[in-house]
Ligand binder design. Structure first.
Ligand SMILES: [Zn+2]
Length: 105
């Protein structure tokens, strides 16, 4: 893995210490900001998953075909929303949002 030359969060130049795990954030501010975003996305993902499950239960219980289709549209909406949120989380986590840096300030 090649050490980054700029902060993954704010694009400011990074100073690598040369030893330990390479830095990805310029400092504690950007690191905390990434951690905060992970928590926010995680909370939104949980909500989306709950909404998906509720829409799915509603669609299954629906006897009217028209209303069942409407409920299934909502199922699709929440499934897409959850997929998007997982994608955003994956990016943050792959950037090392929750990985300890050896030379963190
Ligand atoms: Zn930064």
């Amino acid at each position: 893995m090649t050490a980054r030359s700029t902060c993954v969060r704010c694009a400011q130049p990074l100073v690598q210490s040369g030893s330990g795990r390479p830095r990805v954030y310029c400092g504690l501010g950007c690191r905390r900001s990434a951690e905060y975003e992970v928590r926010r996305l995680d909370a939104r993902l949980l909500q989306a998953e709950k909404a998906w499950a509720m829409a799915m239960a509603k669609a299954r219980a629906e006897t009217s075909e028209v209303r069942r289709r409407q409920a299934l549209a909502l199922v699709d909406f929440w499934a897409e929303e959850a997929e998007d949120l997982r994608g955003f989380l994956d990016v943050l986590l792959s950037q090392g949002a929750l990985t300890a840096e050896d030379d963190a300030e």
